[in-house]
Design a protein around this ligand. Sequence first.
Ligand code: FMN
Length: 387
Amino acid sequence: MSEKKRALVIFGSPRYKKSASYHLGQHFANGLKRAGMDVEEIMLVKQKINHCIGCFTCWVKTPGKCVHRDDMDILLPKIRNADLIVYAIPLYIFSVPGIVKDFLDRQLPLVEPYLVKKDGITSHPIRNKLKKTDFFVISVAGFPERSHFDAMVDMFKKKTRPADETYIGDILIGGAERMSKDDSQDEFKALYNYIEQAGFEVATNGAVSEETQKLINEESMIKSENIDTFIDIANKYWDSLMPKDYSQIKIKKSADAKPLKITDGGMATFFAGMSRIFNPNAIPGLKAVLQFNLDKDQYHLIMDEDVCLAYSGPHPNPTTIIISTADTWMKISTSELDGAKSLMKGLYKIEGDMNLLINMNKIFSEKEKSDTSSEDISVESQKILEK
Ligand SMILES: Cc1cc2nc3c(=O)[nH]c(=O)nc-3n(C[C@H](O)[C@H](O)[C@H](O)COP(=O)(O)O)c2cc1C
């Protein structure tokens, strides 16, 4: 019986498992396993790997053996024995994170000091290489354009060629920050299926098929005409994470405005329902007005610390305005449409602070609420807002 082929999947995000590259690498590894490969996963952030100190002891005094005694003692034989090495890593300063760089530097004992010419370029001979290895890179970046990966890909191509490692391909995904978040995982289900398929194809045919690569690109690449929207959304996202002092904010309601009731019918019932599932623990001390401009109608929700009331009409000073058709917004509310993707496609627009939109599921969450009855809350809320 022939031995199973061995794959080493190297995860290089310092974020450990809460990382985009981890999620992608996991699905790719699943594809390798499905194709029958023996897969070993290495989380670099959990390894003890000292910096190379450049002493060349591994070349001259103790050929093949480094001065450091750490986890590289176990990892180097695994590299020598692998049929396929996959790096699943984030892009850091156009290159690899420090923990990955240390791991690469510490592979120096795998080559000899002598200079030889290979394919017309000077390189070092490989020491005791057991087999030829295929090499694949999965990487993610914050910026949306593919060109940001150029220097990193070039580095890996230059590194692998003399080491008898064949660079067989890569999956490079820009604008990937959302992919690291636990609560965004559903958004990427289709992409993850294609990534798993790519792993399966690499294990069986040694390459990702054109068709799968195309599907991955379609699902993940931010088209050039959408980059301005991406930048706008990203900036609003970062802004929403900045420290906020709600204590200074005073929220006003217009004197004659009456809160919507659940019995009012139509959209009024919908927004009155939203106010009832307001979770004051989601963002403690929150003071904000979320306005909806849906078709020709306007509604707003006033959140003032632990109370939330819904009104029809516009507010004079809304924190955030969601501009949409009622139909689109209802589809997003019922998860028929994905909120983030719809925003990117321009199906609706946001004005003002993104914080409310990003935290919408937490702020309006039935299950998070205390067991106080809705009626109690309405009466209580009204009293506080009238203060
Ligand atoms: C120190 C540091 C440097 C970064 N440098 C770049 C960069 O040069 N280009 C880029 O597009 N993104 C850069 N990023 C963003 C990361 O690539 C991005 O957050 C990625 O989604 C993280 O992936 P992960 O979740 O797998 O760790 C950098 C992030 C950090 C923390």
